[in-house]
Design a protein around this ligand. Structure first.
Ligand SMILES: [Zn+2]
Length: 351
């Protein structure tokens, strides 16, 4: 992530660049924000800038090997710590961030403005509290005691230190106070008052400001399905529709069409169409034996594979074309009941 790609908080970005340029790099920094305001994006851009081999105009180059590794969150000297718990996505008895780092990377590269609930969903611990336990401190200490792989800074980006217990903090304290050379800790908190005082007092703190309405819109656009409630509603509706079509139950399929037509605004109706088009694209990718680029979530895998087997050859391309037509018609004052009834009928016939 380059500073140029960070949304909002230009003043914080400027301060970070100046710290790096003047060699005043604090080895422990605490960024506090209301969640979703970009502290992680700023932290990533900062570490990328510090380790870039060709920085210019106050930003990293985005192209050198270090920047490329940073953009995929696979830089060997940059470690991530975040609250975890036991869950179906890891078999580790005492899971640490390392156990879930694959999901962290997927989430943070797609949208570094995610909120804590997104992280919990991504690592499959929705119903539990995420914690930073003492096993994490051990893991970090051992990683930081290794020599840096590259020539730059080693960094630990520590998401939500308020989820760390006293024992973990005690273990880490010495490392935070006197880190090895060219090593930095960046803590990102949403509740500075809950961060253990022993850690807090050793950090230079930086306030990440709330986003303006316009900036928040731009963040939202990064992930149109950020709103989980809407996602679930759309996914259920799409699954009902596809199940009805596959079961050759026209009545049930038309009922789904009625629900689509009753979505509260044209924007919502268009959003659903785009969502359905994206789902059908996933079915198509699986039919084409390219599941790796379908981007299907684990819990939805069976549904998509089932549908890929039940839909005929031309279903996906015909349906996507029909959906696109509906999107262009929605704005033209056509009755949405008729539009969606027609769409469902066409999809029913294309199976
Ligand atoms: Zn670079």
């Amino acid at each position: 992530m380059r500073f140029a790609d960070v949304i909002g908080n230009a003043d914080v970005a400027k301060a970070l660049v100046s710290m790096a340029d003047t060699g005043r790099v604090a080895h422990a920094m605490l960024m506090y924000e209301n969640e979703g305001c970009g502290a992680l994006a700023l932290a990533l851009a900062y570490v990328q800038y510090l380790n870039c081999s060709n920085p210019h105009d106050g930003d990293s180059c985005g192209e050198c090997p270090s920047c490329r590794q940073m953009s995929k969150l696979i830089h060997p000297d940059v470690h991530y710590v975040f609250p975890v718990n036991k869950g179906p996505k890891s078999t580790d008895e005492k899971p640490t961030s390392e156990s879930y780092v694959k999901y962290w990377r997927e989430l943070a590269t797609a949208n570094p403005y995610f909120v804590e609930a997104d992280l919990q969903r991504a690592i499959g611990i929705e119903s539990k509290n995420g914690l930073i336990a003492v096993a994490e401190a051990r893991s970090i200490i051992s990683k930081l005691s290794l020599t840096a792989v590259a020539d730059g800074y080693k960094a630990v980006i520590f998401y939500l230190p308020e989820k760390m217990n006293q024992e973990t903090a005690n273990r880490l304290l010495k490392m935070v106070e006197e880190p090895p050379e060219k090593t930095l800790f960046i803590f990102i908190t949403h509740a500075p008052e809950k961060v253990l005082q022993t850690i807090f007092s050793r950090c230079q703190s930086i306030r990440v400001m709330p986003l303006t309405k316009d900036e928040a819109e731009r963040v939202k656009a990064l992930n149109p399905f950020d709103d989980r409630e809407e996602y679930n509603l759309f996914m259920d509706l799409f699954a009902d529709l596809m199940n009805a079509i596959a079961a050759r139950d026209l009545m049930a399929a038309l009922e789904c069409g009625e629900v689509m037509a009753a979505l509260e605004s044209r924007e919502k109706q268009k959003a659903f169409c785009n969502f359905a088009g994206e789902c059908i694209r996933k079915i198509f990718m699986i039919q084409q034996k390219m599941p790796q680029i379908a981007g299907v979530a684990e819990e939805e895998h069976d549904f998509y594979v089932n549908m890929a087997g039940r839909c005929g050859k031309g279903f996906c391309t015909r349906s996507i074309a029909n959906i696109e037509k509906v999107v262009s018609m929605i704005d033209r004052n056509v009755s949405s009941k008729i539009l969606f009834c027609d769409l469902v009928n066409r999809m029913f016939l294309s199976l």
